[in-house]
Design a protein around this ligand. Sequence first.
Ligand code: HEC
Length: 146
Amino acid sequence: MKRPLTMIAAALISLSGLTQVQATDSREIIWLSAAERSALMEEMRKFLSTSQQILVATLVEDMARVESVARPMGVKLMKETPQSLTEKLPTGFTQLGPQAHLGFEDIADEASGLGDQKVILQRLAELQTSCVACHAVYQIKVREEK
Ligand code: HEC
């Protein structure tokens, strides 16, 4: 009987924690249109799901799969970023962004080359420092331009 209550309490605590974080969010704001934000967040979700798929494939040493999921997130996707969006992004962002894309490209290269499991994991860990670094500094808000 205690369990559901404990879960509700935990949920409430984490919710209030969340509100606190948002109320004191001092990360630099990047203003984008709703469409730009939505496209960028879609890319972010792909980053996360690809990272997860790389982990799973690496654990079973399926290097063909590692390459096939990592490659599309690399230089190819980086080149697809529209100029109109890049112009709105601060320098720190436009440095960390490519770093993430190149990290995926490096993983794809290792997978199609020697395919060393440990090297892939090291590169993924390194790549994730760019995710963490960027999230620590920036937040996105929507403002439509007239
Ligand atoms: C160049 C900066 C940058 C890099 C690099 C970056 N992100 Fe993000 N990401 C952001 C920003 C900014 C947001 C929005 C945060 C906010 O507004 O609170 C975000 C949001 C997200 C979200 C939420 C998406 C949604 O639908 O709301 C996910 C998931 C995410 N990032 C995953 C990742 C992963 C995984 C990586 C690394 C492989 C990564 N990101 C690398 C800047 C970055």
